[in-house]
Write a protein that binds this ligand. Sequence first.
Ligand SMILES: Nc1ncnc2c1ncn2[C@@H]1O[C@H](COP(=O)(O)OP(=O)(O)O)[C@@H](O)[C@H]1O
Ligand SMILES: [Mg+2]
Length: 490
Amino acid sequence: MRPPDRSLTRLLAGWLPRQRWFGGKDSPIDELTIDTSTELVPGDPGLHHLVLDVRQNTTTDHYQLLLGIRRHLPERLRPHQIGQFAGDTPGYLYDAAHDPELARPLLTHMARETTVGPLRFRHTPGADIRTDLDGTPVTAEQSNTSLVFGGTYICKLFRRLSPGVNPDLEVNLALSREGCTHVPAVHGWIEMEPPDGAGGEPITLALLSEFLRTGTDGWRLALTSVRDWFAQPEPLHAPPGSPAAPPGPAGALTVGDAAAAGGDFAAEAERLGAATAQVHRDLAAAFGVTRAAADDLRAMARGMAAQLDRVGAAVPELRPHAPAIRAVFDRLAASDDPLPVQRVHGDYHLGQVMRTESGWVLLDFEGEPARTPAERRAPAHPLRDVAGMLRSFEYAARFLLAGGDEMPPESADVLERRAQVWAERNRAAFCAGYAAAGGPDPAAHTALVRAFELDKAVYEVRYEARNRPSWLPVPLRSLERLAGGQRSIE
Ligand SMILES: Nc1ncnc2c1ncn2[C@@H]1O[C@H](COP(=O)(O)OP(=O)(O)O)[C@@H](O)[C@H]1O
Ligand SMILES: [Mg+2]
């Protein structure tokens, strides 16, 4: 039971742009073709694995889809309908990632290490994969779709495929081999033969990992802390003996008050810093460390300046800060210290970490979605990840202000000051934890950290201007501070 390919491609071309994970929403689809189609489950319901080639302008992207086919579509699957087809055996087509019944065969195939057409299902040595669990998608899906199997496994289906092994699988396997306890255990994966036969690396389609049952999202935890902090009555005075607080406006809440407030996040931030340093150490052990020559450093600084020019041309609000930002990049370019570089996380923020009973766990080593596969795997200085997390603390601190949430009655100035205190306290704690656990001390590399942070904030300016203009003040405020020469870290 299957419609002819011609009507299928037409249906898919209409459905694809409406999917959250579809990366090409900016321009129309010029051509969609089915590259491979593999039947995984025959009958009703049936399951086909498809790889789609989607051409837009001059680029072709590849997406995978689990295509479900049923004669009758139950109510719960209606929101995932792709289309209907007529003929002798009419039926419905839908996104089978949302069909628990059809997710189970993925586990069975991985447990048996089956090969079906170009698809290879694999498990890690010794893994005894349970096959009695139904898979349901997690609702927090971003660029991929993850299925949770009975609170035991999580299977991340990479929606857009890139050539070769996916860095998320590559890094998680390597870190597990190093005995790293700050990543979820890998149980299995699905891969596909490279298109041109022998030679190339297989293409990773999915990653099956341990589901962190006791895990709480780092971003959510941080926001809870910020909300508590904003709700503190004002004024509140630092208890005697609390850590030295920067002088604030008379009667305003200070870092000392933050330490005393319920829901303080600093101890978590410090432990997260330590976990980050340990993962960096394990990444260095697994993939090695090289030295970037002064030329590479100059090229990196030039890249940062080029982005600054591009974003400045598009977003006028950035322009007043541009000279000060450029001066920081120029100073970096003038340094001739060779930089030790290594594999890093590459897209590090509070949404990529979870706190579990046994400590912080890092997720999602895919790198920044906007970068090419080669860029994502390229070695970088580990303080780039640190800068990413420092930016995330700024975002968490200001998220409630920018999002128009219902706010306590304090004036905007007071809340802005509180956001700053929360961010400073947690940034400092994160850096202290990172350095104490053996990472390069951010306080000893302020020029580098500041350049990385500025580069990230410039990228955020472009993103917010395009997607969420009411958020533009978040990176702009940081730029004011960072480029103004004030401390970038405590
Ligand atoms: N091993 C896991 N255990 C529990 N939840 C997880 C696990 N991996 C991911 N998640 C949840 O899924 C979300 C998205 O995962 P992530 O790997 O970052 O995918 P994406 O590429 O879509 O960002 C995470 O923020 C987290 O809430
Ligand atoms: Mg993620």
